[in-house]
Design a protein around this ligand. Structure first.
Ligand SMILES: NC(=O)C1=CN([C@@H]2O[C@H](COP(=O)(O)OP(=O)(O)OC[C@H]3O[C@@H](n4cnc5c(N)ncnc54)[C@H](OP(=O)(O)O)[C@@H]3O)[C@@H](O)[C@H]2O)C=CC1
Ligand SMILES: O=CC(=O)O
Length: 326
């Protein structure tokens, strides 16, 4: 009998086709799974889950008696209750490395769009308002040779630093819990205490994972420490930022502007007051979403799934202890 695999959201079609040759696959392509009897049945039978951002809680696991592995098609894994998975000896995997350049491109694009007000000026042209010469209050600010502070100098942080250093001649500050020699040597990044990074950077870019420690790590106090001319970029997770404080900082001009790819609740409510602000540029959590990158992420997730279901160690295993005690 073939093992059962539950596919949840945004797994590449070509990868699903390959999986169907080896497994009994049941696919769900949207968020609407709660109370869906088909989902409940697939979960009950599932040996493996592969997909994007399925909230794997204790309650969900109670209804998945055969589960052996959960394979995220993402590098972030704040959707997983890792402790609970480990307790049950269920393996968990993510997709590090294959999305670094794609995500860094998106985050750098957001930074440029915010600094040079690209979405606003695009609308200005398209709405037929370009009938007089531009006014100084429509100008953007320079990016090149400014100071970029990266909070979370990991895989993606380093790919952002590479672009900033070689492409834009920027000075790079960074903050982590531990120093990153590669960033220091290759991109001349300087380690900074958290508060010093906030006060000294022209651009503050948040790239940490979502954990208990990083929840709302940027809030009212942090915005007040930033330069009034600072541009804040969040490419990590919405819950790492106090959204209400961001709104007030932007309205009260405590900072100049912000660019965010992520929201506290996604998809964000159209009534979110942040969406009314001219000095905020947004994206719908699309950092790693190019055709090529989504395919590579799906392939790595499938490789993790196959390994686990074959009793082998998956290449990007998150809960090593579950493997060791097997
Ligand atoms: N917008 C999007 O589409 C995407 C968003 N992401 C988000 O980006 C995050 C980072 O991804 P990636 O670069 O691959 O991950 P990495 O693990 O490579 O990097 C994370 C970095 O954050 C630092 N960090 C962790 N906790 C803290 C803390 N409490 N204070 C300061 N620094 C901290 C780590 O350093 P140290 O351990 O030394 O503190 C590490 O350098 C993901 O977890 C995900 O949430 C990822 C991909 C796409
Ligand atoms: O947000 C995307 C991820 O890979 O994490």
């Amino acid at each position: 009998m073939k093992p059962n695999v539950l596919v949840y959201m945004r797994v590449d079609k070509r990868v699903i086709k390959e999986l169907e040759k080896e497994y009994e696959v049941t696919s769900f392509h949207n968020h609407e799974y709660i109370g869906n009897p088909d989902f409940d049945l697939a979960l009950k039978k599932a040996d493996g889950i592969i997909g994007l951002s399925l909230k794997v809680t204790k309650e969900l696991l109670d209804n998945a008696p055969n589960l052996k592995v959960v394979c995220n098609v993402s590098v972030g894994y704040d959707n997983l209750d890792l402790e609970e998975l480990s307790k049950r000896k269920i393996l968990a995997t993510n997709t590090p490395g294959v999305l670094d350049d794609t995500t860094a491109d998106a985050i750098f694009g957001l930074l440029l769009s915010t600094a040079r007000r690209i979405p606003e000026l695009d609308q200005f042209v398209k709405s037929g308002q370009w009938d007089i010469s531009l006014q100084p209050d429509q100008y953007g600010v320079d990016v090149h040779h400014k100071t970029l502070g990266i909070i979370g100098m990991g895989n993606i942080g380093r790919a952002i630093a590479r672009r900033a250093h070689f492409g834009f001649g920027m000075d790079i500050l960074y903050h982590n819990r531990s120093k990153n020699k590669e960033a220091e040597e290759l991109y001349q990044a300087s380690y900074c205490e958290f508060d010093d990074l906030l006060t000294q950077s022209d651009f503050v870019c948040l790239m940490v994972p979502a954990t208990k420690e990083t929840e709302k790590m940027i809030g009212a106090k942090e915005f007040q420490k930033m330069k009034k001319s600072a541009i804040f970029i969040n490419g990590s997770r919405g819950k790492n930022v106090d959204e209400e404080a961001l709104y007030h900082a932007l309205v009260n001009k405590e900072i100049h502007a912000a660019g965010i790819d992520v929201f506290t609740n996604e998809p964000t409510n159209p009534d979110n007051p942040l969406l009314t602000l001219k000095n905020l540029v947004t994206l719908p959590h699309i950092g790693s979403s190019t055709t090529e990158c989504e395919y590579n992420m799906s392939k790595l997730a499938a490789k993790n799934l196959r390994a686990a279901l074959n009793g082998e160690k998956p290449p990007s295993l998150l809960n090593e202890t579950s493997w060791l005690i097997k």
